[in-house]
Ligand binder design. Structure first.
Ligand SMILES: *[C@@H]1O[C@H](CO)[C@@H](O)[C@H](O)[C@H]1NC(C)=O
Ligand SMILES: *[C@@H]1O[C@H](CO)[C@@H](O)[C@H](O)[C@H]1NC(C)=O
Ligand SMILES: *[C@@H]1O[C@H](CO)[C@@H](O)[C@H](O)[C@H]1NC(C)=O
Ligand SMILES: *[C@@H]1O[C@H](CO)[C@@H](O)[C@H](O)[C@H]1NC(C)=O
Ligand SMILES: *[C@@H]1O[C@H](CO)[C@@H](O)[C@H](O)[C@H]1NC(C)=O
Ligand SMILES: *[C@@H]1O[C@H](CO)[C@@H](O)[C@H](O)[C@H]1NC(C)=O
Ligand SMILES: *[C@@H]1O[C@H](CO)[C@@H](O)[C@H](O)[C@H]1NC(C)=O
Length: 330
């Protein structure tokens, strides 16, 4: 008697919580805004980088200050991460990594600026299931890396190295301040963009937060600071899409994994992520994606972790797609 009352009570509380989550701001806002933090928390020591993050950058993330009247050139940088034949299902994956380059007329020094995962793509896309923990554990931080030098060959041989504009030293210094604020408040990597359908009028449920989104934010900031950007070629970027009906909010770790009443949901989420265990390389990730793809298609169900909260996606065809599409310069 007491126990069932208690469970009923918890369910009611959860229901009220869900209602208030949607109720207080009227309708749910789409896309769900990416959450900004006051500061970047320390990384949990469980997460281990296979390759050190930003090995040649300043350890404190400092960006050198330019003379106000210096002329700084801006470069668009792009290089393939991986090219993979995904059977006949999706065709050739065109996975590119994006960055921005700068060079100073005054000193002749040049710099590369990019935003990427601290613990590789697999760890940002899927969590670890740890025996001692109920909730899936994420090593999903991403951050900006600014370092001296542009490796011309690396970018130009199979990708792009193109000058797209110029700014003054003082504009560059303003940009540097913005990069540091952006880096402090935007702390986690999000692989997926979630859309209602592949058509031109699709609703965007969730935006990704990855290297190319950082490049787009940087270009928009440069424009705001007065830069004129232009490219002679088409500016295409890799996007990884999921397609689903309207997502349902589920809650954060303590809401889901701390509630006995929700143990079925909790174990379903763990079961779901079991097939998506993070692997070491992108190649292995691609293979396990293909395996897990079948589950997603059969169950039409996906659990998305966004802003450190879980959402349920009622998946629909074509379920998942990787595209390389144009995003014009601002
Ligand atoms: C992913 O995280 C695990 C656990 O921290 C770590 O052992 C592994 O090195 C990470 N993978 C990569 C590719 O960094
Ligand atoms: C961004 O944050 C990371 C992680 O704390 C740090 O290593 C990096 O230096 C920072 N980058 C910049 C440009 O501030
Ligand atoms: C960057 O500097 C290096 C070393 O001086 C030089 O070889 C390279 O061409 C420069 N690249 C750009 C895009 O300015
Ligand atoms: C560009 O692609 C060719 C052919 O796949 C490869 O041999 C070469 O090493 C690549 N260049 C760079 C800088 O990775
Ligand atoms: C998209 O929306 C526009 C403007 O409302 C409309 O003209 C167009 O037909 C729509 N396209 C599709 C494919 O629904
Ligand atoms: C989870 O959400 C609840 C309700 O909004 C909040 O009180 C709690 O602090 C959150 N827990 C974590 C770990 O963020
Ligand atoms: C670049 O994007 C445009 C439009 O999104 C597309 O038509 C074109 O095929 C893409 N280019 C490449 C090389 O994929």
């Amino acid at each position: 008697m007491w126990q069932s009352d208690c469970i009923w009570c918890l369910k009611l509380l959860l229901f009220l919580f869900v209602v208030s989550h949607f109720g207080t701001h009227g309708r749910q806002q789409w896309p769900v805004p990416y959450r900004r933090f006051d500061s970047r928390p320390d990384v949990d020591s469980y997460c281990e980088a296979l390759y050190p993050f930003c090995p040649t950058g300043d350890p404190d993330g400092r960006i050198p200050s330019m003379k106000d009247d210096d002329v700084i050139s801006i470069y668009r940088l792009q290089t393939p991460v991986w090219e993979w034949k995904y059977g006949d299902l999706l065709g050739k994956l065109h996975i590119m990594h994006d960055a921005v380059g700068f060079s100073s007329l005054e000193t002749g020094a040049n710099y590369t600026m990019e935003w990427y995962e601290l613990f590789q793509l697999g760890n940002c896309t899927f969590p670890h299931l740890r025996l001692e923990m109920k909730a899936p554990f994420w090593c999903n931080q991403g951050a900006a890396c600014f370092f001296e030098g542009i490796d011309d060959l690396h970018w130009s041989q199979n990708g792009t190295l193109e000058k797209i504009g110029e700014i003054s030293g003082s504009q560059f210094n303003d940009l540097a301040q913005w990069v540091q604020d952006d880096n402090r408040t935007g702390i986690y990597y999000e692989t997926w963009t979630v859309l209602s359908d592949p058509g031109p009028n699709a609703t965007v449920w969730f935006e990704s937060y990855d290297c190319s989104q950082f490049v787009h934010r940087t270009y928009r900031k440069l424009k705001e600071l007065g830069a004129k950007l232009s490219s002679r070629s088409q500016t295409n970027y890799t996007k990884i899409y999921l397609y689903s009906g309207e997502p349902t909010f589920l809650g954060n770790d303590s809401d889901i994994f701390g509630q006995p009443a929700l143990k079925n949901l909790a174990s379903d989420i763990r079961r779901f992520y079991y097939s998506f265990r993070p692997h070491q390389s992108f190649a292995e990730l691609a293979v396990s994606l293909l395996e897990a793809f079948t589950d997603v298609v059969l169950d039409k169900s996906f659990y998305l972790f966004y802003n450190f909260e879980y959402w349920h996606l009622p998946m629909k065809p074509p379920y998942m797609q990787i595209t390389y599409e144009e995003v014009p310069l601002p």
